[in-house]
Design a protein around this ligand. Structure first.
Ligand SMILES: *Cc1c(COP(=O)(O)O)cnc(C)c1O
Length: 344
């Protein structure tokens, strides 16, 4: 790996971050806060939130097994995805490499930041070779994006190949593990200590059932996390979000039960799809959704919309010709979908 100083944009490396009122006193017990121009009425939301979300990180650290100073919390994964562009990529000069097809936000953030995006097509099993990703890199490649289990394909990628990318690439490798709670594959989150150029993303939006509160996570070396903290908005995670996340983290067993139920429903739904005459293929998945190749994805999609059932039409995406992406819902919702498809 190149040094962080070589990888980080010079202006960011030199940046003096905003110092909030609450940053400036520390350690001492205090009870009169007249430093931040807050309104003394309307507690508790009259106060600015903790910019570093210390209480919440303490709990996440326990659940995820990652030290607190290796955790960044953001306004959804969206923020954790956008920040590496702003930290590492010089607009109009640097580029990033990513598997294709994958989650759309990596490209959108590249476009917003005026950073060249270099997609590398997966093979027919929706998997990849490290050598192909590395061959797409040049001296201006700062980031490589990998998503496993991948969206929209659902499968986990080959672990040895991911490891090769991490070991052989001189820049930063970002592995998005948004769906890892649904998978039995060993996470890269648990191996951060061995890889100083690795960033792993997690989210509260999927297995944790908190898409509405917008809480995403990046796990990485303490040095990378401290740069994330320098560049983020000072109060990027609001009090309501922090409180609700803490509340949910108190009962991780409920999450385990949801995941088990969803995996059972997934197996049932995939089996039923395989038996539908309008379904040509169901792809293997490690996530809370699966991809199905249909005889007429667009026609079936429109038919379902008419019945008030919305699935994701991925048929215009490369390698996903005629594919629908089906999220696993409640048993009753899954049954409604099946009943509709059987009448198509
Ligand atoms: C759903 C999803 C996310 C979650 O994004 P949030 O902004 O945290 O809701 C992240 N990555 C992938 C690949 C996803 O599919």
């Amino acid at each position: 790996m190149k040094s962080l100083e070589q990888l980080v944009r010079p202006n960011i490396w030199k940046l003096a971050p905003y110092s909030s009122a609450r940053d400036e006193y520390s350690g001492k017990e205090a009870h009169v806060f007249l430093d931040a121009n807050e309104n003394p009425y309307g507690a508790p939301y009259n106060r600015y939130p903790d910019p570093l979300q210390r209480e919440l990180k303490k709990q996440i650290s326990k659940v995820k097994g990652i030290p607190e100073d290796m955790i960044f919390l953001g306004n959804g994964s969206d923020e954790a995805i956008d920040l590496p562009y702003r930290i590492f990529c010089q607009p109009g000069r640097d580029n990033v490499v990513a598997i294709e097809p994958t989650y759309g936000m990596y490209r959108v953030c590249a476009d917003i930041n005026d950073v060249e995006y270099r997609p590398v097509l997966l093979d027919e099993h929706y998997d990849f070779k490290a050598a192909d990703l590395l061959a797409a890199c040049d001296s201006h490649t700062k980031l490589i994006w990998i998503c496993s289990p991948n969206n929209p394909t659902g499968n986990s990628l080959n672990r040895d190949e991911m490891l090769k990318v991490i070991q052989d690439f001189e820049g930063i490798v970002i592995i998005d593990e948004a769906y890892s709670d649904f998978s039995k594959q060993q996470t890269f989150r648990s191996e951060l200590a061995a890889h100083p150029n690795l960033i792993v993303l997690n989210t509260m939006s999927k297995a944790w059932a908190l898409a509405g509160i917008r809480l995403g996570m990046a796990f990485a070396s303490k040095d990378i996390i401290s740069i994330y903290n320098k560049v983020k908005y000072p109060y990027n995670v609001n009090i309501l979000t922090q409180q609700q996340a803490l509340e949910t983290l108190k009962d991780p067993f409920e999450i385990d039960r949801w995941v088990k139920t969803l995996l059972g429903e997934r197996a049932r739904l995939m089996q039923a799809f395989q038996e539908l005459p309008i379904c040509e293929k169901v792809y293997p998945t490690d996530a809370n959704f699966f991809l199905a190749k249909m005889t007429d994805a667009q026609g079936i999609y429109n038919y379902l919309v008419d019945k008030g059932i919305i699935v994701r039409n991925r048929s215009r995406i490369q390698l996903c010709n005629n594919c629908l992406r089906i999220t696993i819902g409640l048993k009753s919702e899954n049954n409604e979908l099946l009943a509709a498809l059987r009448q198509f």
